[in-house]
Design a protein around this ligand. Structure first.
Ligand SMILES: [Zn+2]
Length: 484
C-alpha cells in the first residue's frame, strides 16, 4: 500500500514538473524571440526600469550588461534623486508607460540599436575589437577593493585618491580603455615612455586609444581624487557601437540646440537631433543650461540619449544647478537674467551656428527655467552681434549674427517638421522612433508621465523668431535659405 502511495506521489510530481517546463517554454515562445536575444535587448532593460534592480542583481546579468552597459541606470541609486527632480511635473502619473513598446523594433536583432548588427558598428574599416572587460584584474595601489569597477554599472563607484595608481591586467593586449567617470576627471596619466595624458577634455564617458598597447596598463592620478564608475578594455579594432567615442565640441556648428535639462532635448526637440545630426550629418552642438552633477545617474543618461540619436560632439553642460521655478520671474531671481544671457552669448559666439533652436517661451509646461532659457536667448542673439556687450567673449570668439533662431511652439512664422520619414542611418527607424529611443535612455525619468508624442505640436512645431536670411516660404526645414 505504501509503495502504491509513493508511486502515485512520484507520478504526480513528474506531471507537475512537466507542466512547469511546458509553461516556461510557452512564455518564452510568447516573446517571439530566443531567450538569449531578448536578454540582450535594451527594450528588455527599459521595461525593467519600472522595477529597479539592485546593483547585486545587475552584476549577475552579465550577458545583458555586456551588450548594453548603458542600461544600468535602471538601478536605484542610493541618493534616489530622480523622484525629487525639480524638472519633473509634480502632478505626473508615476505609472505612465515610458513607451518602451514603441521602440521595440529598434532594439531587436538588426534594429538600429542592435550592437551586433554590423550596420550599427562605428564606421571603420577595422575589424571589431573584442571586449576584454570580463578577463581583467584591477589592483588599486592602496589595496582597496575594486570589484565595483568591473560590474558594468555606473551606479556603483570607487574614489581613487590623488597620488594612487590603478593597475589593469589582461590575458590579451589592451589597445583601448573606456572609463566611466562619476564627475569630469582632472588630468590623469597612463604610465609609459612617455606617459599618456588623459582626462583633459572632461568627458565623463572617456574612450582612450592607448599609445602603448600592453597586457598591463597603469593609470596614475597624481593631482586630484577621481571617482570611477566603470572600466572597460578592448583589443585592437573598432570599438562596439555602445562605446561612446566622443568628439570635442565642434569648432563651428550648423545647429545649436539649447535644452534646459537632460531629457528636454528629446521631449521638446524630438527628431531634430536624429534627423539633422544622425541622418544628414549636420554639425549639431547641444548645450544645456543646467547641470545634474548632484543628481546621478542623470549625467550618464544625458550622454547615452545623445549618443543614441546620433550626436557625436560632446555636449556643453552649463554651470547652473538644476532647480524648479514656477515662473519666469522666479527663475530670473534664482539664476540672474544677465548670467544666462552671458552664457548664451558665449555659446553663440563660440559655435557660430547657422540655426539656433530653443524652448517654448511658455516653458513647455510652465517650467520657469525653460521660460528663462527661451526669454534670455532672444536677448542673447541680438547681443552676441554687439562687441560692446560682454566684450571679453567678443575678444575671445568674435561676434556672431545668428542667421536663424527658432523657438519651440512659437506662434509666428511657424513651421511643422515631419518626423515620420524613415532614416537610413538608423536602419529605417523614423526620427520620431529615435526621439523615443533617446528619451528611453533617461531611465531615472521614466516614472513620470512625460513622453515624446507621436502627433501634435510637441517637438514638431517651431516658429522663426529671428532671420537674417528671409522668411521660410516652403517650410518643413530649419535650414531653408541656409546654404551649407
Ligand atoms: Zn526641462
Amino acid at each position: 500500500m505504501k509503495r502504491k502511495i509513493i508511486s502515485i506521489l512520484l507520478t504526480l510530481a513528474a506531471i507537475i514538473i512537466w507542466i512547469l517546463v511546458v509553461q516556461s517554454r510557452m512564455s518564452r515562445l510568447d516573446l517571439g524571440q530566443p531567450e538569449q536575444t531578448r536578454t540582450k535587448s535594451p527594450t528588455n532593460d527599459i521595461s525593467l526600469s519600472q522595477t529597479p534592480m539592485s546593483p547585486a542583481e545587475s552584476g549577475q546579468s552579465s550577458e545583458a550588461d555586456a551588450q548594453h552597459p548603458n542600461a544600468n541606470g535602471q538601478e536605484s541609486d542610493g541618493a534616489s534623486n530622480a523622484g525629487s527632480d525639480p524638472d519633473d511635473d509634480p502632478d505626473a502619473d508615476p505609472n505612465a508607460s515610458p513607451g518602451a513598446s514603441d521602440i521595440e523594433g529598434l532594439n531587436g536583432p538588426n534594429g538600429p540599436n542592435d550592437p551586433n548588427d554590423p550596420q550599427n558598428q562605428q564606421p571603420s574599416t577595422l575589424p571589431p575589437a573584442n571586449d576584454l572587460t570580463e578577463t581583467l584584474t584591477i589592483e588599486l595601489s592602496n589595496g582597496a577593493s575594486t570589484t565595483t569597477l568591473l560590474d558594468r554599472s555606473y551606479t556603483t563607484k570607487k574614489t581613487v585618491e590623488a597620488g594612487s595608481t590603478l593597475k589593469i591586467n589582461a590575458p590579451e593586449i589592451i589597445h583601448a580603455l573606456y572609463i566611466i567617470w562619476d564627475l569630469p576627471p582632472g588630468e590623469w596619466f597612463i604610465s609609459g615612455e612617455p606617459s599618456q595624458s588623459c582626462g583633459n577634455n572632461g568627458f565623463i564617458h572617456e574612450y582612450i586609444a592607448l599609445s602603448s598597447p600592453s597586457t598591463e596598463i597603469t593609470m596614475q592620478f597624481p593631482n586630484t581624487d577621481s571617482t570611477i564608475c566603470d572600466v572597460y578594455a578592448f583589443t585592437e579594432g573598432a570599438a562596439p557601437q555602445w562605446v561612446q567615442t566622443w568628439e570635442q565640441p565642434c569648432a563651428k556648428a550648423d545647429l545649436l540646440l539649447l535644452p534646459t535639462h537632460a531629457d528636454d532635448e528629446h521631449l521638446y526637440f524630438a527628431g531634430i537631433m536624429p534627423y539633422y545630426a544622425g541622418e544628414l550629418g549636420y554639425r549639431v552642438q547641444v548645450a544645456y543650461l543646467t547641470n545634474h552633477w548632484n543628481e546621478p545617474p542623470r549625467p550618464h543618461e544625458l550622454l547615452n540619449g545623445l549618443w543614441t540619436v546620433g550626436i557625436r560632439y560632446y555636449p556643453i553642460i552649463g554651470g547652473f544647478n538644476d532647480r524648479y521655478a514656477e515662473s519666469l520671474s522666479e527663475a530670473q531671481s534664482m539664476y540672474g537674467l544677465d548670467n544666462v544671457v552671458s552664457y548664451q552669448v558665449d555659446l553663440l559666439r563660440r559655435f557660430k551656428p547657422e540655426v539656433v533652436v530653443g524652448h517654448d517661451v511658455n516653458g513647455e509646461y510652465g517650467h520657469g527655467v525653460h521660460m528663462l532659457n527661451a526669454y534670455a536667448l532672444q536677448i542673447a542673439v541680438e547681443e552676441a552681434d554687439d562687441a560692446a556687450k560682454y566684450p571679453a567673449s567678443a575678444t575671445k570668439y568674435g561676434t556672431w549674427d545668428t542667421p536663424k533662431l527658432y523657438l519651440h511652439l512659437y506662434p509666428d512664422n511657424a513651421i511643422t517638421l515631419d518626423w515620420n520619414m524613415p532614416l537610413s542611418n538608423f536602419g529605417g527607424a523614423t526620427a520620431y522612433d529615435m526621439a523615443v529611443a533617446g528619451y528611453a535612455c533617461h531611465i531615472s525619468q521614466q516614472q513620470w508621465a512625460f513622453a515624446v508624442p507621436q502627433n501634435g505640436p510637441t517637438g514638431h512645431k517651431f516658429g522663426l523668431v529671428r532671420s537674417t536670411v528671409g522668411p521660410d516660404i516652403i517650410g518643413g526645414d530649419l535650414f531653408e535659405n541656409i546654404s551649407r
